[in-house]
Design a protein around this ligand. Structure first.
Ligand SMILES: Nc1ncnc2c1ncn2[C@@H]1O[C@H](COP(=O)(O)OP(=O)(O)OP(=O)(O)O)[C@@H](O)[C@H]1O
Ligand SMILES: [Mg+2]
Length: 166
């Protein structure tokens, strides 16, 4: 049983589904503070990144950013403000872990599953790479897209019950 009204909105979904676009809109609608893992990784480690994508290098740094984001997000929730967290959450275990943290702290976890079909997402990535619009953080190559695609665990029906799906 949560003790506060404030919500931690947890935005997740496959590559180029429209998560960052949605998260910006949601933060505006809820007067919430938004945290996006891609923006943090770029700001903290972008200039140190190895030339070729190396998940063994990336994953511990993602974990450090997530820990720090949650530490600040918890303080923001404590002020009575919602937070919109776009942390990756590609695996079911990532989602259940953050949900447990939010609820242990006494707040409500609201999941937003943002999805679009594969061809649409492939096209969106190519267009975003070229246009570098508001939600562009770094180039997503076709190889990266396919790697993320196989790493992402789609929520099964059981996982989504009690979640807000978009
Ligand atoms: N509903 C939509 N209709 C059409 N285009 C969209 C929609 N939502 C997002 N886009 C566009 O598609 C591209 C991908 O969107 P966005 O960057 O929000 O996706 P993402 O899920 O955050 O991607 P990533 O997984 O790489 O972080 C962007 O160029 C964005 O402007
Ligand atoms: Mg994004």
């Amino acid at each position: 049983m949560n003790t506060h009204q404030q919500a931690a909105h947890l935005v997740f979904g496959p590559t180029a589904a429209g998560k960052s676009t949605f998260a910006r809109k949601l933060a505006a609608e809820t007067n919430g503070v938004r945290f996006a893992i891609d923006e943090w990784m770029l700001a903290m480690f972008g200039s140190d990144a190895p030339k070729t994508m190396d998940m063994a290098w990336v994953m511990p740094r993602v974990a450090r950013c997530q820990t720090q984001i949650w530490s600040v997000a918890e303080q923001i929730l404590g002020t009575g403000t919602d937070v919109v967290l776009e942390l990756g959450l590609l695996r079911k275990s990532d989602r259940s872990a953050i949900k447990a943290k939010v609820e242990q702290a006494g707040y409500t976890a609201v999941f937003h599953f943002v999805d679009a079909d594969l061809e649409t997402r492939r096209e969106r990535v190519l267009r975003r790479n070229a246009e570098k619009g508001a939600t562009y953080s770094f180039e997503v190559t076709p190889v990266m897209f396919e790697a993320m695609e196989s790493y992402f665990e789609r929520p099964a029906d059981g996982e989504l019950s009690g979640f807000v799906a978009r």
